[in-house]
Design a protein around this ligand. Sequence first.
Ligand SMILES: [Zn+2]
Length: 269
Amino acid sequence: MKTFRISDANYYSREANEHYMSATVFKRFLACEAEALAELKGIWVPERDPTALLAGNYLHSYFESPEAHQSFIDAHPEMFSTRGSTKGQLKTPYKVAESMIQALKDDPSFQAAYQGNKEEILTGEIDGVKWMGKLDCFDPSRAFFLDLKTTQDLHKKYWITDEKRWGSFVEAYNYPLQMAVYQELIRQNYGTRPAPILVAVSKQEPPDKAFVAIPQDKLDEAMQQLLDTQPRIEQIIAGETNPYRCEQCDYCRATKHLGQIITMNELIE
Ligand SMILES: [Zn+2]
C-alpha cells in the first residue's frame, strides 16, 4: 500500500478519511451508521448547504492569515453579488460572516488569546485507530487551545434525542467529543494536556460572543463514549458488522423500502 501523507491540500479529502478517523466522520457514524458508511465508501454524496460551510471558512481563513483569507476569497467568487446595486459586494450570508469577524477582531481579549499556530494538523492513535485533527489556534506553551465555533444563537436550546432533554449547541454538535480528541492528539504530540476553549460567535446581528470552557469531566465522558463506540464503528467500516439505519436521514429516506408496520407512538420517539 502506498504511503499517505496528510497535508493542508488533502485534509478534507475522502482519501484522508480512509486513512484517518476524524471527529466529523465519527459524529456522522453516531448520527446514522448507514449514511456515514455510504459516504465514506463514496457511494453517497449528501446534499449539504455549501453556504454555511463557505461562511465558516470565510471566518476561519480570516483568522488563519491574510494570505489564507485572500486565497480563499479568490477561490470563491460565488460569495460576491454579480449584478444590481449590490454588484461586487458580499452576499448576505457572507456579510454575516464578515460581521462576526468584526465582532472578534477588535476585541482585546480575543486578540490576546488567539495567538499561536493556526490550523495545525495533528495525527495520533486512539485505541489502535489512527486519528487526525485540525486545531484552529494552538500555542504549545499555553495551558489552553482555541476553537472557533459559529452558531445561530449561543443560548438556543436543542433537543438531545438520545438523552430526552434540552442541551446547548455545544452538546447538540458534540463538541466535547471533538475537543477530547484534540486534547488527546496534543498530549500524544506535545506531552501536554491543555484545556479547550471555544470561541463561540453567533450569526445574530449584532453577533453575540463568548469564550466557552468545557470542563475536564465532560471531555473524559466524551472520550469514554468514543472508546465505547469506536470498536463497533471500526467493525462496520471493515465490513464485519452491518450498519444500523436511522430511517430518518436523507440517505435512509432515499434508500427506504416499506416493510415492518410501526405504531403511531414510534413516530416521535
Ligand atoms: Zn439514516
